[in-house]
Design a protein around this ligand. Sequence first.
Ligand code: SAM
Length: 227
Amino acid sequence: METKLSKRLAAVAAYVPEKARLADLGSDHAYLPLFLVENDLIDFAVAGEVVQGPYQSALTNVAQAGEEEQVQVRLANGLAAIEKDDQIDTITIAGMGGRLIADILVADLDKLSSIKRLVLQPNNREDELRDWLSDHGFRIVAEEMLTENKKFYEILVVEPGQMKLSKLERRFGPYLMQEKSSVFIEKWQTELKKISHSLARIPADHQDDILALQEKITAIKEVLHVS
Ligand code: SAM
């Protein structure tokens, strides 16, 4: 049976270049590399997993699909799954916090020197990840926001290069805030409501928290052009 991807993982897969040599780190079930190989979009992938349970599930799925040659499942922490002979040129990391993604990348910067593209899907702290990328010689070349099961997800497509982000671009995404898709507007309107709700409940003597929330509200209103 062919692997089917969630809307979120399908969006990540769409940014993997054809014929890429892929490392999917934190692969869990290995659905992403399996889908790409089964559809002849790529010929080789490493599915890296650091936890036994998901590693076993990746091994089982790859064996059931009969793709052991093309999808190599490895039990390893982050970039340690990649070996020089793999000639990996593309990395996907999806479904983790932005800080964890940055921690995985910073652990072995040498291994990133041959990487042509990273497709990252942080579940949170996207602003910190954008900071990390600009501080480490990467630039964002595309972004996408989507919603699935009432959650909002951001995808950052990244290549080696320089970028300088403004404070707003860092928080909202340089491409996302330009495009202002209906999903983007929905996400930040939802955030605006949540923050306003919290603000109304903060005791008056919590000045620092109040100022932080007010600053967020001002930024969201500026990006959404609402007063
Ligand atoms: N990438 C898949 C997706 O987007 O559907 C799975 C996401 S799952 C929530 C996160 C996976 O990353 C878990 O299976 C976890 O064990 C794995 N993981 C967390 N830290 C890792 C690390 N340092 N190296 C490799 N895998 C890691």
